[in-house]
Design a protein around this ligand. Structure first.
Ligand code: AMP
Length: 448
């Protein structure tokens, strides 16, 4: 009987198993991109003195309701909220900053040297409408500076780190947009101006924005509906309404960026999708190939967030970048990942007795900390050497009947095809030497 295909079987059972909508597998073919990004993030963190923090995937839902803001899309529509058996209302974490701030307070990190520089690479969950660069599960790499003073140098450093991240990954055509959304002193004034402006266009607003107009008019600038988007073009300019302290702060951030020769565009409609920001907000996207994914890094200053969580006023600034989006842009821009030459040797056999000996040889290599791969289940030597080729190993060790009698091993350079027989007791030293001589460990430059 011909076995049924997966499609036929699932048709019968009425169920095809696949990832839930908006979630995706990262298959081995994409892993080099993820590895590279994580390596660059970790290297940048080390260079700029950021320590890693890991927070739970589940948090109390209220943490985000209070901080991100009741009127934001994240809180209104996108959180995966549920009740535990114990009755707690928890959520899959939709973003990292509030969780890091919670940890800062919970563990009194404010008593340690200030500011605390922290970073994370973690999955986030948002029940969004999936589209290019927008997933329900995605990973974010974030850098946060918490505590100390609200010196604009920190704003500039955070932006610089993200710019360096993109540069090191060789992402081209980046566009840094920056804005300041003021503080408690000047923002109420701007809110009133926004309300007045939008009230005269109320009939063109989407129903969500009509509701937001009273409570939180700044959110209207973040609305993704076309009709609301068109109205943004003529909104009053927030930069004209900043108080002198916010103005000075913003001017200094821009001066630092100028000093570092980081080009930027002022965007007075940029507010980002979270309520906790004050003063500086920024995002970096690409133009042309890869632009469809939207913002890569994004973030800003959040000096009032700790207060919202019951702590003291604590200056802080940070940002996060979607890792899935970085991968998509790298592919769209055809960025090659420096291929890592394998440091493994491939072990092949010819004959049953040799197969047994090879099994032992693989274990000896492992003990000596030398990577080894094999296809011992294949009988033909040709098939095994083909597998070696696919594996990318530079060296093969081949054992046949003759070698067993001579107590030797063939060592074959898979690039040149040259081979010689080496006594078995010298094989580990010989492999080490050859791997070293061939310099097979490619060092991929991180700070290009
Ligand atoms: P946010 O927490 O909204 O400021 O987002 C920070 C960054 O995470 C964004 O600039 C994106 O690069 C990324 N990001 C946010 N939401 C998603 C999503 N649904 N899918 C993929 N990446 C996302």
């Amino acid at each position: 009987m011909i076995p049924k295909t997966r499609k036929e079987k699932s048709k019968e059972s009425g169920k095809t198993f696949q990832t839930p909508k908006g979630m995706h597998d990262v298959l081995p073919g994409d892993q080099p991109y993820w590895d590279r990004i994580e390596r660059v993030v970790r290297d940048l963190a080390e260079f700029y003195n950021f320590a890693r923090i890991r927070t739970p995937i589940l948090e109390f839902a209220e943490l985000f309701q209070r901080t991100a803001g009741e009127e934001t899309d994240i809180v209104r529509k996108e959180m995966y909220v549920f009740k535990t058996k114990g009755g707690d209302v928890v959520t899959l974490r939709p973003e990292g900053t509030a969780a890091v701030a919670r940890a800062y307070l919970e563990h009194s990190l404010g008593r340690m040297s200030q500011p605390q520089r922290l970073f994370y690479i973690e999955p986030m969950f948002r029940y969004e409408n999936p589209q290019a660069g927008r997933y329900r599960q995605h990973s974010q790499a974030g850098f946060e500076v918490l505590g100390g003073s609200n010196d604009p140098i920190y704003d500039a450093q955070i932006i610089t780190m993200f710019q360096r991240l993109l540069e090191t990954l060789r992402i081209k055509n980046t566009n840094l947009k920056i804005n300041s959304i003021g503080c408690r002193v000047c923002r109420p004034l701007y809110r009133r101006q926004l309300q007045t402006y939008y009230k005269t266009h109320e009939k063109d607003l989407c129903s969500d924005c009509v509701g937001r107009l009273k409570q939180n008019p700044l959110r209207l600038l973040d609305c993704k509906e076309d009709s609301c988007g068109r109205l943004k073009e003529r909104v009053p300019n927030v930069l004209d309404k900043l108080c002198s302290t916010c103005s000075e702060h913003f001017k200094t951030v821009l001066e630092y960026l100028d000093e570092l020769q980081l080009p930027y565009t002022l965007d007075n409609q940029l507010v980002r999708g979270l309520d906790y920001y004050n003063r500086t907000v920024f995002e970096i996207s690409v133009e042309g190939k890869g632009s469809e994914v939207g913002a890569l890094p994004g973030g800003g200053r959040y000096d009032y967030l700790m207060e919202l969580l019951g702590g003291h006023l604590t200056p802080a600034v940070g940002g996060a970048c979607g890792v899935d989006r970085l991968v998509a842009v790298m592919k769209a821009q055809e960025i090659k990942i420096g291929e890592r030459l394998s440091q493994r040797v491939f072990v092949a056999h010819a004959g049953e007795l040799a197969k047994k000996k090879c099994l032992k040889l693989v274990e000896e290599l492992r003990k000596a900390n030398i990577g080894a791969s094999e296809a011992l289940a294949r009988e033909s030597l040709k098939a095994q050497l083909k597998a070696a080729d696919r594996d990318g190993a530079p060296i093969a060790l081949i054992l046949g009947q003759k070698e067993i009698y001579e107590d030797g091993v063939i060592i074959r350079d898979l690039r040149s095809g040259l081979q010689e027989t080496v006594p078995l007791h010298r094989i580990i030293d010989e492999v080490r030497k050859r791997l070293r001589d061939k310099n097979v460990v490619e060092v991929t430059p991180i700070h290009d």
